[in-house]
Design a protein around this ligand. Structure first.
Ligand SMILES: C[S@@+](CC[C@H](N)C(=O)[O-])C[C@H]1O[C@@H](n2cnc3c(N)ncnc32)[C@H](O)[C@@H]1O
Length: 327
């Protein structure tokens, strides 16, 4: 069965102009039905649409913001902020030891920006990181005095607007931009300048086949030193765990559907390592790959890419659970 997420089908953008295009509801229903997903087709058939049969874009945006708000609970329960900090701290230490000044961290496909807001609010990468200088004081441009710039980027304008609103409400030193994961580092969809470090959570499984390779290839800019992309670990328990969590904690049927499908179509370690080789100049690594982790406890695990000179210091900090092989 071809596994599809409804949230991927209800939004469409022109690949060149990045303008949003109308989406006929029947087309979404038909794709899900053709994939054998009768439940997904039933959920899609209830989405509000205009008299011409195209999905109401405002209703779609409201629904996706609501679903991502529920999804934030998962990030809280899985302690996504702590997990990524445990990898980013030694990485930033190594960068600073190598003479890097300002470090720009971009969360690709940030959704409501939970990770970026968490990093900004906690100061986890701030003055406590070795090598940091200056007080932990945010600058007016969303940078921190210690030289870490936190940016969230997503293709979905409604999610970006909500992420920015939430950050403003707490006066957090971070910012959010609309951008395309395939045009980062100077692309024409608001991707801005290349990041020093790209991160993401729960995004990789949305990209399949050549798109997954292209996602990593977009990290090849000379200014980019590393990436850390967390996604659902493929374990025998992952689909059951996702089913239990989403049934228990997600109210929206669309969110439940997509969450359960996500776990079933997550990429295995070998696929991620292979695709990550498309990021030129970066060495692909896995942290806690399946063979080195407890399948009962593992939910998310990252694929990492680093400039060759960062591999040694990172391995010294993280130990043998950082590896270049899946099997
Ligand atoms: C499952 S959500 C994860 C959101 C967030 N990272 C989190 O952990 O809650 C996947 C996100 O990827 C975004 N996305 C999908 N394709 C994208 C692209 N080509 N460029 C940028 N963002 C994209 C979606 O808009 C969505 O917000």
């Amino acid at each position: 069965m071809n596994l599809l997420e409804i949230s991927d089908l209800v939004i469409d953008h022109d690949p060149v102009t990045h303008e949003r295009r109308p989406v006929p509801r029947e087309a979404v229903v038909a794709r899900l039905a053709a994939a054998g997903d009768r439940r997904g087709a039933r959920i899609a058939a209830t989405l509000p649409c205009a008299p011409d049969g195209t999905l109401d874009p405002d209703a779609v945006d409201r629904r996706l913001v609501a679903v991502h708000t529920e999804l934030q609970r998962l990030s809280e329960e899985l302690r996504t902020g702590d997990r990524i900090t445990a990898l980013l701290r030694p990485l930033l230490d190594a960068l600073r030891a190598g003479g890097h000044g300002r470090i720009r961290i971009v969360d690709v496909g940030c959704g409501l920006g939970y990770l970026v807001r968490w990093l900004a609010a906690s100061g986890a990468l701030g003055a406590t990181a070795a090598g940091a200088t200056g007080a932990d004081v945010p600058g007016a441009d969303g940078t921190r005095a210690d030289g870490v710039e936190l940016i969230g980027m997503d293709f979905n304008a409604a999610l970006v607007a909500e992420a920015a609103r939430l950050a403003r409400a707490e006066d957090l030193p971070c910012r959010f931009e609309r951008g395309d994961a395939f045009a980062i580092g100077g692309g024409d969809a608001g991707g801005g300048a290349a990041a020093t470090v790209y991160v993401s959570t729960g995004v990789l499984h949305h990209f399949r086949g050549p798109d997954l390779d292209a996602f990593f290839a977009a990290h090849s800019a000379p200014g980019t030193a590393a990436f850390v992309h967390y996604d659902i670990a493929v374990t025998p328990l992952a689909p059951i765990g996702a089913q239990v969590f989403h049934r228990a904690r997600m109210r929206d049927p669309l969110g439940r559907h997509d969450g359960i499908v996500s776990a079933r179509r997550a990429h295995d370690d070998a696929t991620l390592l292979r695709a990550a080789r498309h990021a030129e100049g970066l060495v692909p690594l896995l942290y806690e790959p399946r063979r080195l982790s407890n399948p009962f406890c593992t939910t998310l695990r990252p694929v990492i890419g680093v400039r060759p000179e960062l591999r040694g210091p990172l391995r010294a900090a993280l130990g043998p659970r950082l590896t270049g092989t899946a099997g």
